[in-house]
Design a protein around this ligand. Structure first.
Ligand SMILES: [Zn+2]
Ligand SMILES: [Zn+2]
Length: 262
């Protein structure tokens, strides 16, 4: 079984401090590709992440200003992301987070819209971070369309919401949240997303799946999420893993990221 963790913050201190071990655990679990976000707005973080990917086969990078950081977004960082487009597999994570509201909502919307337009110009799909703001996100996507192959990362909506993103051509990525006993709506969505549009991720170091509750999440645990999804959906785990791997390739790895962890 080969797995692609489509979203893990490998360079956050919780994982970066023991990176060799984390990558070794990933390999052992069959996790041979990992996509790492650079969140901005510090251009040095983008450079560091691209550098790490250039040195490590199997690592791909997405970059963009996270909605939490929208109020400190700078044109310098956005220009750096645009200039790095050929070394990125998507523009993200970008979107709206009305759960934490770390940046004012109108600022989040403006920075999100600008990045949707820049991603389209750069020919990049987007990776969305959306919390409690799906209606507003879908409205903005109608005015500022995303390229095919775009992703909703760490999906937290219900089946109806998933349907709307699927209609726009998005992939839906499930994290450890889908393994939480109380996440009934997310589980309902996970049952209906077609196998050719489903991705798996950890969002490490956050959101360890139920089987690893209380531990720092790491890419190896994406296996647990895949197995939980297969059980929920009544799919054979190997078949679902193969589908998710292919989807990860179409969404993220095809553009120059066809390597695997060695
Ligand atoms: Zn996120
Ligand atoms: Zn993230």
């Amino acid at each position: 079984m080969k797995l692609h963790d489509t979203h893990a913050h490998l360079l956050f201190p919780a994982l970066a401090d023991r990176l060799e071990q984390v990558l070794d655990n990933a390999r052992r679990a069959g996790v041979l590709r990992i996509t790492v976000p650079a969140l901005g707005p510090d251009p040095a973080e983008l450079a560091r992440t691209l550098d790490f990917a250039a040195r490590t086969p199997g690592i791909t990078v997405i970059a963009g200003v996270h909605p939490h950081h929208a109020s400190t977004s700078t044109q310098v960082f956005l220009d750096a992301v645009s200039a790095s487009a050929d070394r990125l597999v998507a523009w993200g994570e970008i979107g709206l987070d009305f759960h934490y509201d770390f940046s004012p909502r109108d600022v989040q919307a403006a920075v999100f819209a600008e990045q949707l337009d820049r991603a389209r110009t750069a020919g990049l799909p987007v990776a969305l971070h959306v919390r409690e703001a799906h209606d507003e996100t879908l409205a903005l996507l109608r005015e500022h369309p995303a390229s095919q192959g775009s992703i909703v990362h760490c999906f937290t909506g219900d089946a109806k919401t998933a349907e709307k993103y699927l209609d726009l051509g998005f992939f839906i990525s499930f994290s450890g949240i889908v393994t939480f006993p109380k996440a009934l709506e997310v589980q309902e969505a996970a049952r209906m997303v077609p196998a050719d549009r489903l991705l798996v991720e950890t969002d490490a170091p956050y959101l360890a799946p139920r089987t690893h509750r209380g531990r720092t999440c790491e890419p190896a645990y994406v296996l647990d999420t895949l197995l939980a999804l297969a059980e929920l959906r009544g799919d054979e785990p190997g078949a679902l893993a193969a589908a998710a791997w292919d989807n990860g390739h179409r969404a993220l790895a095809a553009r120059g990221g066809g390597l695997e962890l060695t």
